[in-house]
Design a protein around this ligand. Structure first.
Ligand code: NAP
Length: 634
C-alpha cells in the first residue's frame, strides 16, 4: 500500500503547478523535492533557510531565493508528475537528519531526532500505536471518562489494541472543550498542521489556525473513521468511581443511574471545562452567560454589551463581536502579553492545499516546521535567573528580550494613544501568564469608537449593568463572563475513591499531583490524561502531550496483562519523587513568579500544580514506556 504521506498522484498542468508554488512554504517544498528527485544536493544549494521561529514557514528567505527555489522545484515536480508520481524511496536516517537541519537552518540536537521521526512517521507507520497485550482476559474492560480530544485518542488506542472499552461523555457530541466553546471567534492557537493527531492526515485545514466548527468536524471525522461512536454513552456523566477490592475492579457510577464495572479507568476530562463565574453581589436582569455556555439565542446586534475578563477567550471574542454590537465594554483586570502572529486568521491558500495533498511528505515536514521551533526553545525565556535584578518586570536576560519584543509589537499598534497604551501594556514578566497569539485584531478592536477597555476588577451587579472596582458603573443590555475556568480542583465534581476508601480530592487537597501526571498510588488501574502537572505554557501541543500520555497508559496496561497481573499503580517513592522534582523545577519558572498578581496557573499559596515545567523532549522520553521499577503490580 502506498505510504499515506507520499502524496496523492496528480496530473495537474504546468501552469497549475506554477501557480500552486506561489503559495507554499519554500523550505518545506525543497525538502519534498529531495524526496521526489532523490537529489540530496538541493540541501547544499545556495537557497538555505536562515533560521526558525514559531509560525515562520519561509525560513526568512528573500524573494529572490524563493523565486530561485520555485524554478528548481518546478522542474522536479513536473518530472515527478511525468514519471507517474512514484512513491519515493525511503530516505536514510542520515538524510532525514540533514533535512531537519536544513529546514530550521541550524543543527537539530540528536536527542530530538527520534522524537521527531516518531511524530513524522515518514515510513508510513504509526509508531505510537500500541501492539496490544498478548491476551486480554474475558472480564477485562476499560471505562474512558470523556470524549474530547484525549478521550477519543484513548478509545482509538484501546480499540487498536483489542481491549474492550466504553467511553462516557457528558455532552451530546465529541470534542470536549471544542464542543463546548462555541463563542464567536473561537479558534485554536497552535498551528493546525501540527494541532491534529500525528496518525491522521492534516491536509484539509481551511485556515492555519482553524475555527471551532472545523475542529469539531475534524474530531467527528476521526471518530467515525475509527468506529468509536458505537462505544460512547452520550449525554451521560460519571458521578463517581470507586475501587472495589473484593473483585479488583472499579464501579463507575453514571448520572443515568447505571453502574459500569471496569478493570481500569482512564479519566480524560481535561483541565479547563468548569466555567468560573465570579461570585459578585447583586443581580443583573438582562441576558448573562459564560463564554463556554454561549447563548446563541441572545442577539447582540446593536446592544450595549459588557464583557468581564479578557484572557485567551475574551481576546478572541471581542474582535468577533465588536462590529455588530452597539457598544462593547471590556473589563479586564490584568493586561495580557501577546505574541505577534500575522497569519493567525489567514486561510490556507489553494497552492498550499495542493502541495499538502500531492507533494510527497510535504505535510509531514510542515508539521516538523511548526513543531520544532515551538518545542523547547521558548522554555529558556520562562526560566528564572535568580541573579537577574528586576524580577518584577522580567526574570532573566532572555525574558527581558521577550518583553522588549512583545512591548514593541504592542507599541507599534497604538502609536498615538498613550491612554490606551498604558492600559494594554502588561506590568509583569513576559510569558508569565498564557501568551496570546495576535495578528493585531485585539488592539484594532480596542481602538474602535464603540469599544472601551476598562482596566479594573468588578464590584457588584445592578439590574442594568455592572459596577467596577473603581466604583464606575457600566450599563449593559447583555453581560458576558469571559472569566475562565475553575482550575484548581481537577476531576471535580466526580468522586474518585481508591483503596481503603481514600477520596482522591481529599488525598490531593490543594496539591493535585500524579506520577508523570498520570497515575496515583492507592488508585490502581486509574489513569489521568491531561492530569495534574501536564498543562502546557510553553512548547508542544496538548494533542502531542496526550499522545505521549496515552502511549504510557497503554504500556501500563500491556505490562499488567502480559504478566498476568490484576493491578498496576506507581510506588509511593516514585510518586513523591516526581512531585518534588517537578515542584522544585516549577519554582524556577516564571509561571510561579510572585510578581504576577492574578494568575490562574497558581493556587492561593502561589504554587503551580497544573503545568508541566519540563522540556518536551524529556517529557516524551519519560512517558515512552512504563518503568516497572516505579510501579507495583498485584
Ligand atoms: P483566563 O485566561 O483565566 O482569563 C480569565 C479572565 O477573566 C482574565 O482576564 C481574568 O483576569 C478575568 N477574571 C477572572 N476572575 C475575575 C474576577 N473575579 N474579577 C475580574 N476579572 C476576573 O480564561 P480564558 O480566557 O477562558 O482562558 C483559559 C485557558 O483556556 C487559556 O489559558 C487556554 O489554555 C485555554 N484557551 C485556549 C484558547 C485557544 O487555544 N485559542 C482559547 C481560549 C482559551 P486576570 O487575568 O486578572 O486573572
Amino acid at each position: 500500500m502506498r505510504n499515506q504521506h507520499a502524496g496523492v498522484p496528480f496530473t495537474d498542468s504546468d501552469n497549475a503547478i506554477r501557480a500552486a508554488l506561489e503559495d507554499v512554504s519554500i523550505p518545506t517544498l525543497l525538502v519534498s523535492c529531495v524526496h521526489m528527485s532523490g537529489d540530496a544536493s538541493l540541501l547544499d544549494g545556495p537557497v538555505r533557510p536562515q533560521g526558525a521561529m514559531l509560525n515562520e514557514l519561509q525560513g526568512y528567505l528573500s524573494d529572490e531565493d524563493k523565486a530561485a527555489a520555485r524554478k528548481v522545484a518546478f522542474e522536479i515536480i513536473t518530472d515527478y508528475r511525468d514519471r507517474g508520481c512514484p512513491e519515493p524511496e525511503p530516505a536514510s536516517p542520515a538524510l532525514v537528519k540533514q533535512m531537519m537541519d536544513f529546514l530550521v537552518g541550524t543543527p537539530v540536537a540528536d536527542e530530538y531526532v527520534p522524537m521527531m521521526l516518531e511524530e513524522l512517521g515518514l515510513d508510513g507507520l504509526d509508531l505510537r500505536q500500541d501492539p496490544g497485550p498478548r491476551e486480554v482476559p474475558d472480564d477485562f474492560s476499560v471505562v474512558v471518562i470523556g470524549c474530547g480530544m484525549s478521550g477519543l485518542l484513548a478509545a482509538i488506542r484501546l480499540q487498536q489494541a483489542g481491549i474492550p472499552y466504553t467511553v462516557v461523555e457528558k455532552n451530546a457530541g465529541v470534542g470536549g472543550t471544542w464542543f463546548e466553546n462555541t463563542y464567536p471567534g473561537a479558534r485554536v492557537d497552535v498551528g493546525n498542521h501540527f494541532y491534529c493527531y500525528s496518525f491522521e492526515p492534516s491536509d484539509h485545514w481551511t485556515e492555519y489556525f482553524a475555527q471551532q466548527p472545523e475542529i469539531v468536524a475534524y474530531f467527528e471525522g476521526v471518530m467515525h473513521k475509527h468506529g468509536i461512536e458505537e462505544h460512547v454513552r452520550w449525554n451521560t456523566e460519571v458521578t463517581a468511581a470507586t475501587w472495589d477490592e473484593t473483585d479488583g475492579a472499579w464501579r463507575v457510577e453514571l448520572s443515568d443511574g447505571d453502574t459500569l464495572v471496569a478493570s481500569a479507568v482512564i479519566s480524560a476530562v481535561g483541565q479547563l471545562n468548569r466555567p468560573n463565574v465570579p461570585d459578585v453581589p447583586g443581580t443583573f436582569d438582562g441576558p448573562a452567560f459564560h463564554t463556554a455556555r454561549w447563548d446563541h439565542d441572545a442577539d447582540l446586534t446593536g446592544k450595549d454589551v459588557v464583557m468581564v475578563g479578557a484572557g485567551a477567550t475574551g481576546f478572541q471574542v471581542a474582535p468577533a463581536i465588536a462590529e455588530s454590537v452597539g457598544s462593547l465594554t471590556v473589563i479586564q483586570r490584568t493586561a495580557q502579553w501577546m505574541f505577534p502572529n500575522p497569519g493567525y486568521h489567514e486561510p490556507v491558500g489553494a497552492g498550499m492545499q495542493w502541495a499538502l495533498r500531492h507533494l510527497p511528505f510535504y505535510g509531514r515536514w510542515l508539521r516538523f516546521l511548526i513543531f520544532f521551533p515551538g518545542c523547547d526553545a521558548g522554555l529558556a525565556a520562562a526560566k528564572v535567573d535568580p541573579d537577574w535584578g528586576p524580577q518584577r518586570t522580567s526574570v532573566s536576560e532572555i525574558n527581558d528580550f521577550a518583553r522588549m519584543m512583545f512591548s514593541e509589537w504592542i507599541e507599534s499598534q497604538v502609536p498615538d494613544d498613550p491612554d490606551l497604551l498604558a492600559k494594554v501594556m502588561p506590568d509583569y514578566p513576559a510569558t508569565g501568564k498564557r501568551t496570546l497569539q495576535d495578528n493585531g485584531s485585539w488592539l484594532a478592536t480596542l481602538r474602535r469608537d464603540n469599544v472601551e477597555l476598562v482596566r479594573a476588577g468588578i464590584d457588584h451587579l445592578e439590574s442594568d449593568g455592572i459596577v467596577d472596582s473603581a466604583g464606575v458603573k457600566h450599563r449593559a443590555d447583555v453581560l458576558i463572563w469571559s472569566t475562565g475556568f475553575a482550575y484548581h480542583e481537577p476531576l471535580m465534581p466526580m468522586r474518585i475513591t481508591g483503596r481503603d476508601g481514600v477520596d482522591l480530592r481529599e488525598h490531593w487537597g490543594d496539591r493535585p499531583r500524579a506520577h508523570l501526571g498520570i497515575t496515583v498510588p492507592g488508585f490502581p488501574n486509574f489513569f489521568c490524561l491531561y492530569g495534574p502537572g501536564t498543562n502546557l505554557a510553553s512548547g508542544g501541543s496538548i494533542i502531542f502531550a496526550s499522545e505521549c500520555e496515552v502511549r504510557h497508559v497503554m504500556s501500563c496496561l500491556d505490562a499488567l496483562l502480559d504478566d498476568g497481573h490484576r493491578t498496576i499503580e506507581p510506588t509511593r517513592s516514585a510518586y513523591d519523587s516526581w512531585y518534588e522534582r517537578s515542584q522544585a523545577e516549577m519554582r524556577t519558572m516564571v509561571w510561579a513568579s510572585p510578581h504576577i498578581e492574578h494568575n490562574y496557573y497558581a493556587n492561593d499559596a502561589g504554587e503551580v500544580h497544573g503545568l508541566n515545567p519540563w522540556r518536551v523532549v524529556d517529557w516524551w522520553a519519560w512517558t515512552r514506556q512504563v518503568d516497572t521499577d516505579d510501579h507495583v503490580f498485584t
